[in-house]
Design a protein around this ligand. Structure first.
Ligand code: DQA
Length: 142
């Protein structure tokens, strides 16, 4: 089964965001990096990105129905979307939260993740490598 990798709002514009936090890959390069890392360890991935909370929730509902494993970077929704948290908590297969930056070393509003309590684990602060680490962790979980 393919692992669903979900990326939240503004990650599509990595080229315009703070390079000290997010690194210098464009979003397209990040997707290519994730696919290459998955291929290296013989996993299949389906990568989706949305600016919209409702679209992400609909994808999570489908993943729950399909018992699909999920790696999610909810981006800013991490910090306040109880709706995404509730959708993640309905998943049947493992779910890993990832972040490019380390939110705990940044502004105080980023110190809370409403999602962390309903995932198997969180990997943050390693740039694109956070996704590679999450794929490895997912391989051990599934
Ligand atoms: C992020 C961290 C969030 O605080 C921020 O809103 C993002 C990206 C990360 O990957 O480091 O958009 O999730």
């Amino acid at each position: 089964m393919k692992i669903l990798v979900l990326n939240g709002p503004n990650l599509s514009r990595l080229d315009l965001r703070e390079k000290n936090h997010y690194g210098d890959l464009t979003y397209q390069q990040l997707e290519e990096f994730i696919k290459a890392k998955a291929q290296e360890i013989k996993l299949e991935v389906e990568i989706k990105q949305s600016e919209s909370e409702s679209e992400i929730i609909e994808w999570l509902h489908k993943a729950a129905d399909a018992k699909q494993p999920v790696i999610i970077n909810p981006a800013a929704f991490t910090h306040y979307s109880y709706a995404i948290r509730d959708a993640v908590s309905m998943l049947k297969a493992p779910c890993i939260e990832v972040h490019l930056s380390n939110p705990l070393s940044r502004e105080e509003f980023r110190h809370t993740s409403v999602v962390s309590g309903v995932v198997n684990g969180t990997i943050a602060g390693f740039g694109a490598e956070s996704y590679a680490l999450a794929l490895k962790a997912m391989q051990n979980l599934i």
